[in-house]
Write a protein that binds this ligand. Structure first.
Ligand code: MF3
Ligand code: CO
Ligand code: CO
Length: 269
């Protein structure tokens, strides 16, 4: 037994109640709003540490909590992953350069609910091959979300993403996955961004989880640097990622981390 609401499926996936969707919506909206506000600050010359400090200040101003500060020893309010960094880039004194593509990933806790989202930004001019990568990664996330419906499976989500990405001759990272969340940061199931139709746990109304595909222009393999966090592509190819936190509804998905300003896609300007 625990203090959380709802029941667990045989796969250990929590089924949340109707009222819980509102809690997730508030947390998700704050995380997304913070990414909206950071967008104009992502320019050549800014350090990723300065972006993170601003994000942390906004989390505090909202009287929310950063889920990442103190998580397994991590010390920052965001992960900022540049170019061939796949995920978990650590904010630092490193300055962005013209043409850098950057994923910023923020997770906040509002009234006990976790909102986890990331998206791509560009410092200065967007190189053509990076533009293609970002577009495919963004669309891959939405292929996954479109596959969400009670009665379908997690394998259906993975298949939708993988088949789309590979049709564009890019690759899906296998070493990191999405996750259940709600009143905890990381919960069952592992949400794989590859897979076969009809495999894996069956989706039920009330499941909350992230979908957060990482797509590489080159090969899918990654390695973690000696700082124990920064994951990079082994072949140094460019990598991109988008992440939404969603809930399964009676006939599809509710996206908790929609951009209030409609700026989720980086070419909104
Ligand atoms: N927000 C990341 C995710 O999508 C997790 C970051 S954990 C950290 O699951 F410690 F690296 F911040
Ligand atoms: Co996540
Ligand atoms: Co995240």
């Amino acid at each position: 037994m625990d203090d959380f609401t709802g029941r667990l499926t045989k796969d250990g996936i929590r089924i949340h109640q109707d009222a819980d969707f509102a809690g997730m919506h508030r947390a998700g909206a704050l995380a997304a709003d913070i990414l909206d506000r950071v967008a104009p600050l992502v320019v050549p010359g800014v350090t990723t540490g300065a972006l993170d400090a601003q994000i942390e200040a906004w989390v505090n101003e909202a009287e929310a909590t950063s889920a990442t500060i103190g998580y397994r020893g991590y010390q920052h309010a965001s992960c900022i992953s540049i170019n061939h960094v796949v995920c978990h880039g650590i904010p630092s004194e490193k300055k962005l350069k013209d043409g850098d593509i950057v994923n910023i990933d923020v997770t906040v806790i509002v009234d006990g609910w976790f909102g986890d989202t990331s998206r791509m930004f560009v410092a200065g001019n967007l190189p053509r091959k990076a533009e293609r990568l970002i577009q495919v990664t963004h669309d891959a996330l939405f292929k996954g979300i479109e596959a969400v419906k009670p009665g379908k499976t997690f394998g259906d989500i993975g298949y939708a993403i993988q088949s789309f990405v590979e049709s564009k001759r890019m690759s899906v990272v296998r070493d990191f996955c999405g996750h259940g969340l709600g009143q905890v940061f990381h919960a069952p199931p592992n949400v794989l961004h590859y897979g076969r139709p009809g495999t894996g746990p069956v989706l039920e109304e009330g499941m909350f989880f992230t979908i957060e595909p990482m797509v590489n222009l080159g090969r899918p393999e990654t390695k973690v640097l000696s700082d124990d966090w920064t994951a990079v592509t082994r072949d140094k190819s460019l990598s991109a990622q988008f992440e939404h936190s969603i809930g399964v509804t009676a006939d599809g998905a509710e996206i908790f981390t929609l951009s209030p300003a409609g700026k989720f896609h980086p070419t909104w300007a």
